[in-house]
Write a protein of this length. Structure first.
Lengths: 135, 750
């Protein structure tokens, strides 16, 4: 059963949801949000697409295998934690790139870690959604 | 036959495997080069930090006792690996076999040279593991697997006791370096230390009532039996008792415990050797007897006894390893290991007859070989000991029984008649197999003819045991005296037993008694262990999600309620007043939705109602100013509904399967959890304890981590390691879910 309205709406809504999830991820350090919530929201975008089309198309809209997302996320998260080791600092010490202006840095290893969390959460949820949809 | 000979199609063994004996040979030469310096009192030590915060260091120490063992391990190791190269010639598993042997050799060298008690324990366990691998080498046979497991369970069970003992010893002695520990006999922990350490040593060295694993271990290929189960590993327990004698010995407890255990083991072993018919089992039981003698001698505590113990240890390793290898050779050539089926092999195997004969002399402790000197020294030291009379009597009795065994092995197999049908076919002697036992026999004789060589190794080793340095002189011929007289007596007794048994079936006569022994207790305890674990698992792991949830909730009720009752906290009037009106409304909505979910006749209705419960909880989070939690909760609830909708057509029919009684119990549990948590939260929300953690995070999250969202800063920075662990768990769980769904999808016919 396909709904034209849902399909059309999804075409606009899903990218917006992904965008919003990235926004949540990026603002997480100061406002409500973060990798976990962002990852969940991203997977909801894919769920929406899944409902609007069929399982096969739902899977094809994501260019990579969700397994890869999970692995990449774990890799990013652990690499971000391991970087300080090279400087002789303890595991998972937050490292920041000094800001061009002002005193608050924006980019650092905690952000990288949050990106890892985002990827893992999104990957897991999409994986489960796709697998159950195929049943 | 323990090792199936390879068929012609087997893959060839790479040539480097033939070079394996060179490794122990190089080590042997390196250790032998130190004999002179160690004999002059020098001690070689090596130390490197390992885990300093735990008091762990990689300390090794080569003194007289360690050197004796190191020479035995590497020297016998050369011959065993060389023997195995011929014994398993053409077998594709030779490489693996040699690897296991080397693994064992390294562990055993570690046991005997480690000075740190914990390090020693680690090597000790490694010898158990390599022994497991070697006994179970022929892993396609159930007997081999069972025997491997039996040896592992018995020795590692004792190993646990040993670990406790070593930790207590380290505490009591003030150091984990064994060489730094003075006598702890006055310490309040002395008794538990002795008992636990002795338990570890007795299981490892097959003392009664743990002796049963050693004969079972004869399932191993013959080189293993010769190496691990006669010359080296089983002596690890004896080694540790000797090593700890300065710290633990010299008390009545020590003497009694070791004396009685050793004496009983000695008699048990020699008696069982007498009634066994399998050549390897006979040798295994005689090894048990020899281990008993060693433990008995270590219990005595005099210098003569220590010398006798060390001397006998060396002599025994030489003759017993050679006998074991001969057992393997005889089986290889004559096709049987049953002494009743063998006889008159001397004509076909003259060299084997000589080598076995020398070994049998060692078993009897008579003739121009080192074992004779050892036996004389043993008798002399026991005669001089305070309560030696009982020990001497027991030793003579055991010795007589072993002599009877020696006559069977050394004489009847080669020059006597077979008791049953003789093994058919022409027997050809394998010369390549005899080389190793021949060398051992030559060493046995050479040490006896030039006792000064033996003295150079034995004297420093005995000094390590007694803790006092002293010179030693050994002679093959002591002149007529009490020891020689007693020795002759045991020899005559042995001959009498041997000929007496020709007309008496000892095995049948004592079967009823022996079959009730410790082997049977082991079987019972293993059965009980397996049944008990199965029952326990069934109780806890029912496989139903509902029972897991039930167990968790009941535990929560019990813990929270009991704590609240014990500490007497109850919500005050003021606490209740703090509850705001809109909170009550949200709570009521959640409760209604929960009720709908329970009562719903359709699954979709129940799912929707559960969604309302979730959104209600998220609203509650917002009222308590936790927007992050609320946002995540909303998203999770949404996803839950999506997932439910996806799988709803695949779920079984929505019916009530539980009887009314179960549902009533479930309702009670649910209401209790809800009520208790409500009361708990109301108390906790108004508790104004000074919360340092909250203040720290509030202040530090922006100053140190440059983030204003405290929750997120904690997640990705302060407690990032926890989060990393959580996402790893999530990923593993997802892979599990994926696999379960896929397997179900792909299973044929479902």
């Amino acid at each position: 059963m396909r709904s034209l309205i849902l399909e059309t709406a999804t075409r606009f809504l899903a990218p917006l949801l992904i965008l919003f999830s990235l926004f949540l991820l990026s603002r997480g350090h100061h406002e409500s949000g973060g990798g976990f919530a962002g990852g969940l929201l991203a997977s909801i975008a894919f769920a929406l697409h899944l409902f609007a089309s069929d399982p096969k198309a739902g899977r094809e809209v994501l260019p990579v295998d969700p397994h890869v997302l999970i692995g990449a996320g774990l890799l990013v998260a652990f690499v971000s934690g391991a970087i300080p080791l090279f400087g002789g600092l303890p595991l998972f010490t937050g490292l920041w790139i000094p800001p061009a202006s002002g005193t608050t840095p924006h980019y650092g290893s905690p952000l990288l870690f949050d990106i890892g969390v985002y990827l893992v959460v999104a990957g897991i949820t999409v994986l489960i959604l796709h697998t159950t949809a195929e049943e | 036959m323990a090792v199936t000979r390879a068929s012609g199609a087997a893959a060839p063994v790479p040539p480097w495997v033939r070079a394996v004996p060179l490794i122990p040979l190089a080590l042997f030469i390196a250790f032998a080069a130190r004999i002179a310096s160690v004999a002059s009192g020098a001690v070689w030590t090596f130390s490197a930090p390992w885990a300093p915060s735990l008091g762990l260091a990689l300390t090794f120490r080569l003194d007289g006792l360690a050197l004796l063992f190191a020479l035995l391990i590497t020297g016998v190791g050369v011959l065993i690996t060389a023997f195995a190269t011929s014994y398993l010639a053409g077998d594709p598993r030779l490489g693996r076999f040699q690897l296991f042997l080397l693994l064992f050799m390294g562990s055993m060298l570690g046991v005997t040279t480690a000075d740190n008690a914990i390090l020693l324990f680690i090597f000790w366990e490694l010898t158990s593991i390599s022994s497991f691998l070697l006994i179970g080498f022929d892993h396609q046979r159930k007997e081999a697997r069972d025997a491997a497991l039996e040896a592992l369970l018995v020795t590692s069970g004792g190993g646990l006791a040993l670990l406790a003992g070593l930790v207590m010893l380290g505490r009591a002695g003030g150091s984990f370096e064994i060489s730094e520990i003075a006598s702890v006999s006055g310490h309040p922990l002395y008794m538990p230390i002795v008992v636990t350490v002795a338990l570890g040593c007795f299981t490892k060295s097959a003392q009664t009532p743990f002796h049963f694993w050693l004969p079972s271990a004869m399932e191993a290929p013959t080189p293993v039996s010769a190496y691990l189960h006669s010359a080296t590993m089983v002596k690890a327990g004896v080694y540790l008792l000797a090593r700890l004698a300065p710290a633990l010995g010299g008390t009545a407890t020590w003497t009694l415990l070791l004396g009685i255990t050793g004496g009983v083991t000695m008699l048990t072993g020699s008696f069982l050797a007498l009634r066994a018919r399998d050549l390897k089992r006979i040798l295994a039981y005689s090894t048990v007897a020899a281990l008993g003698m060693l433990v008995l001698l270590l219990g005595v505590g005099t210098r003569e006894a220590a010398v006798a113990a060390v001397l006998f240890l060396l002599a025994h390793a030489l003759y017993k390893a050679s006998l074991f290898l001969m057992a393997g050779t005889i089986e290889y050539d004559a096709g049987s290991r049953n002494v009743d089926e063998l006889g008159g092999l001397g004509r076909a195997m003259p060299l084997a007859a000589v080598v076995t004969g020398v070994g049998a002399l060692g078993l009897a402790g008579f003739g121009p070989i080192l074992a004779f000197i050892a036996k004389e020294t043993m008798l002399g030291s026991l005669l001089a000991a305070p309560t030696g009379a009982i020990a001497v009597t027991a030793l003579l009795l055991a010795s007589a029984m072993l002599t009877a065994v020696a006559v069977t092995i050394g004489w009847r197999l080669f020059w006597g008649e077979s008791l049953r049908a003789p093994s058919g076919g022409a027997i050809r002697e394998s010369k390549s197999l005899i080389a190793a036992p021949l060398l051992l026999a030559i060493a046995s004789v050479a040490f006896a003819i030039v006792p000064a060589w033996a003295a150079a190794i034995v004297a420093p080793a005995a000094s390590s045991v007694t803790g006092v340095w002293a010179a030693l002189e050994l002679h093959l011929w002591h002149g007529p005296g009490m020891p020689l007289l007693l020795s002759a007596g045991s020899l005559l007794g042995g001959l009498a037993i041997h000929f007496g048994l020709r007309r008496f079936d000892l095995a049948a006569a004592t079967e009823g008694f022996v079959s009730r022994g410790p082997q049977r207790w082991y079987g019972w305890s293993i059965t009980a262990l397996v049944d008990g674990s199965a029952r326990f698992s069934r109780l806890l792991q029912s496989g139903y999600l509902r029972s897991y949830v039930k167990i968790i909730l009941v535990t929560v009720i019990a813990l929270v309620a009991s704590t609240m009752v014990k500490s007497g906290i109850a919500p005050t009037r003021q606490d209740w007043d703090e509850v705001r009106f809109h909170e009550v409304v949200i709570a009521l909505v959640i409760m209604m939705a929960a009720l709908v979910a329970v009562r719903s006749e359709s699954r979709l209705g129940a799912v929707a109602a559960l969604g309302v419960v979730g959104y209600g909880v998220a609203l509650m989070f917002i009222t308590f100013s936790a927007p992050d939690l609320a946002m995540t909760q909303f998203l999770v609830e949404t996803l839950m509904v999506i997932l439910f909708v996806q799988v709803i057509y695949h779920l079984p029919r929505f019916v009530r399967i539980s009887p009314a009684r179960t549902r009533a119990i479930d309702a009670c549990i649910s209401i209790a959890v809800g009520a208790i948590m409500t009361v708990f939260v109301i108390i906790a929300a108004n508790e104004s304890v000074p919360n340092d953690a909250a203040r720290f995070f509030a202040e530090a999250s922006y100053r140190e981590a440059y983030g204003r969202n405290m929750v997120n800063v904690i997640l990705v920075d302060f407690r990032a390691l926890d989060t990393a662990g959580e996402i790893t768990v999530l990923a593993i769980a997802a892979v599990g879910v994926y696999a379960l769904l896929k397997i179900r999808g792909e299973a044929p016919g479902t």
